[in-house]
Write a protein that binds this ligand. Sequence first.
Ligand SMILES: [Ca+2]
Ligand SMILES: [Ca+2]
Length: 240
Amino acid sequence: MNKKILASLVIIGILGFALGLGTYAYFFDTADSTGNTFTAGTLDLQVRDSDEGWGDSVSGTWCTPSNWAPGEYFEAWIEMRNIGSIGVTHIRVKGINLDESVPGFADHIFLKTVIYSEYWNYSSNAPGTTRNEYNITNAIIQHYGMDTNNDGKITLNEFITWCQTYSMLFAEGPWESGEPYLNPGGAKPQILRLGFLFDPDAGNDFQGATASFDLTIWAGQSYEQYPPIWWATPSHGYGY
Ligand SMILES: [Ca+2]
Ligand SMILES: [Ca+2]
């Protein structure tokens, strides 16, 4: 009985409110924001090497002479640009797909040189227009953990094995310079040089041997993105 009384009171209240609305008249006006559009930007990484122009991939960048002999050094470069509309803050590089015709050959090929570029103006401590190249080989030997047997040499085998877990990170990045590592629109391409030495003490077992690997270059916008990285960012700031 009490519930029925309560319900009736509510209905009466609503009716009273509705009636009240009809007793006032307010002015009003409207304004619109039309055509709101969300458009995703693009990252578009391209590479080129000494014998191929800009494209999504190159081949045979690191191809030694077929008569490569112990003690001989071989270096080659790959250049990167971003023709998308958003800047790339991080480049990561991994060596994969090691293949050797004679087991152990990759233990006698040493990664001797890692050089990468940044556009950095020392005098103003700000982004610059000159592409400077930085040799970070010592930093990699000392801090990257690639030299798993701690003999002071990074073999091709050690490099590829390390890359199963990590990737080399190259980044100027907005937190440091206010400028992405790879600018949009293809501006300011960067370069990576890798040099390899055929172990001077390699024995006769490796005559005629071949080894090959692939290099994957990844461009992104964040530390957190896959693939996993080695956190010690190579940088001119480290002074190596
Ligand atoms: Ca090529
Ligand atoms: Ca080693």
